[in-house]
Design a binder for this molecule. Structure first.
Ligand code: S3P
Length: 169
């Protein structure tokens, strides 16, 4: 049985920054699905969206999960914010390990990602509106994919990591 801990949640919820610290604390390897995709494609996420479109990127996410399932391990894995939107991916996540949903408010996402140019979905005239719309559409999917939910709004890394460790032990 795999003991991976997988972090899911909306853009800006801290999957990577929490994941790196958590992996250090748990003495585990850290992987990030976006980074694996970028390395394999030889392109940034923005370039993949621009050249091949979102649907193609979603296929790469599924392939990446399938690849991870073939590997042994007890790692900490952070994921792209839209990865759990595919039903197939939610099933793959469950097989891969314990899924932790890092939950935060749309306003916090907006404040954290204001001025960000790396997230193609938020390069629009009304990023807050887009965040609210996507979050409303995704909330039930994150909850369905998750074994554990951790609120991250206004909390320190230490508090978040402690709760994840307790809830996944
Ligand atoms: C996306 C989130 C991004 C990245 C891509 C699409 C999304 O990852 O996978 O831009 O659909 O929410 P982060 O959640 O790490 O920003």
């Amino acid at each position: 049985m795999s003991k991976n801990v997988i972090l899911i949640g909306f853009m800006g919820c801290g999957k990577t920054s929490v994941g790196i610290r958590l992996s250090y604390q748990m003495r585990r390897a850290f992987l990030d699905t976006d980074k694996l995709i970028e390395r394999r494609a030889g392109m940034t996420i923005s370039e993949i969206f621009e050249k091949d479109g979102e649907a193609y990127f979603r296929k790469l996410e599924t392939e990446t999960l399938k690849g991870l399932l073939t590997e042994e391990g007890d790692r900490v894995i952070s994921t792209g914010g839209g990865l759990p939107t595919r039903e197939e991916n939610r099933a793959l996540l469950k097989k891969l390990g314990t899924v932790v949903y890092l939950k935060l408010s749309a306003q916090t996402v907006y404040e954290r990602l204001r001025g960000d140019t790396q997230r193609p979905l938020l390069q629009c005239d009304d990023p807050l509106g887009k965040i609210q719309e996507l979050m409303a559409a995704r909330e039930a999917m994150y909850t369905a994919a998750a074994d554990v939910t951790v609120d991250v709004d206004g909390r320190s890394f230490e508090a978040i990591i402690k709760e994840i460790e307790e809830k996944t032990a």
